[in-house]
Design a binder for this molecule. Structure first.
Ligand SMILES: C[C@H](O)[C@H](O)[C@H]1CNC2=NC(N)=NC(=O)C2=N1
Length: 96
């Protein structure tokens, strides 16, 4: 099982992840993606869902019109692991 990152490892990983930040009050990282319209937002979610399923690692997320609010945490480990960092990178790449 993936191990939780230390605070220092988390900060370092976030340095390479544009617009991702620590979630207040829990061991998780988050980002609010803003797209042109609902179609773009839902297209992103569709592509990200396929990647997440392939990675067997799933986001907590909420869509309102053209925004997608994503929170990543490894539930099995109770915090942020390399699995969250990998999915965050993939989501940034999908969003373009
Ligand atoms: C059995 C299955 O592999 C696990 O439950 C996976 C599925 N997706 C997951 N997603 C997330 N975010 N955290 C997990 O710990 C997790 N565990």
């Amino acid at each position: 099982m993936a191990e939780r990152l230390s605070a220092e490892e988390r900060r370092q990983a976030l340095g390479g992840l544009p617009d991702w930040s620590e979630v207040q009050g829990r061991d998780a990282i988050g980002k609010i993606f803003v797209f042109r319209d609902f179609n773009e937002a839902f297209g992103f979610m569709t592509r990200a869902a396929l990647v997440a399923e392939k990675m067997d690692h799933h986001p907590e997320w909420r869509n309102v019109y053209k925004t997608v609010e994503v929170v990543l945490s490894t539930h099995d480990a109770g915090g942020v692991t390399t699995r969250d960092i990998a999915l965050a990178k993939a989501m940034n790449a999908i969003a373009g």
